[in-house]
Design a binder for this molecule. Structure first.
Ligand SMILES: [Ca+2]
Ligand SMILES: [Ca+2]
Length: 228
């Protein structure tokens, strides 16, 4: 019974740790039209949790070296609720936005979109994620393209690290490099050592106070002797 309980707890730990595993992922945003035109709106590579539900007639397949490395099913939803005189009706948008979370795999070259086993669109990822031109731009981030984007480049991904640069993607308070000038000057003042002249003055003041005390005690003693 005890062994079963321990095994159950261990299984729970393994399941929960795997479900919150942080890895490099891509958020791919696609715009579908009702005629199945598909536009790539954005790709963002960052550290996150890949926690996807996979169902629907559409499928996105990530390929690397001609082999499938990841697949996810989905359905773009064009429906929305409209409030009419006759009541609430389901109407349709002309476009539908789809957000897909896909693992970032450096060798992945293509993202193929299928509808019921028929390929309808191919996106070439390679150059979009990193083009090695020493400029951090388009869909490049530090995670997909460390050659072009450093940890504090403007790439829509916040890396709040003490790395010598204020990341413009971070809230000012979260990146320690983003401190304002006044905050920095206060901090520097706090760090300044106490000047030597002040230490010497304090020591002399203490010695002087002690000498005064003993002098006062000596005089008081003399007065007592005289009074006797
Ligand atoms: Ca670049
Ligand atoms: Ca920083």
């Amino acid at each position: 019974m005890k062994k079963t309980f321990i095994a159950f707890v261990l299984a729970l730990i393994v399941i929960s740790s795997s479900s919150i595993a942080i890895s490099e992922i891509m958020l791919v945003t696609l715009l579908f039209s009702s005629t199945d035109d598909i536009e790539l709106l954005s790709i963002k590579t960052y550290l996150g949790n890949l926690n996807n539900e996979s169902y629907g007639d559409y499928k996105a397949i990530l390929t690397a070296n001609g082999k499938e490395v990841y697949a996810i099913n989905f359905d773009p939803s064009f429906d929305f609720k409209a409030y009419r005189e006759e009541g609430i009706v389901i109407d349709k948008f002309s476009t539908a936005r789809v957000n897909l979370l896909i693992p970032y795999i450096e060798q992945a070259t293509y993202l193929d979109i299928y509808y019921k086993d028929k390929i309808i669109k191919v996106f070439t990822l390679k150059d979009l994620l990193c083009n090695f031109d020493n400029i951090c731009s388009n869909y490049e981030t530090h995670f997909s393209c460390p050659d072009d984007c450093n940890t504090f480049s403007q790439d829509k991904v916040c890396i709040s690290a003490l790395d010598g640069g204020c990341d413009p993607d971070c809230p000012i308070s979260s990146d320690p490099d983003c401190k304002t000038k006044s905050e920095k000057s206060i901090e520097e003042q706090d760090k300044k050592p106490i000047p030597l002249w002040l230490i010497i003055t304090i020591i002399f003041a203490i010695i002087f106070a002690i000498l005064l005390f003993f002098e006062w005690k000596r005089k008081q003693h003399e007065m007592e002797l005289l009074q006797r």
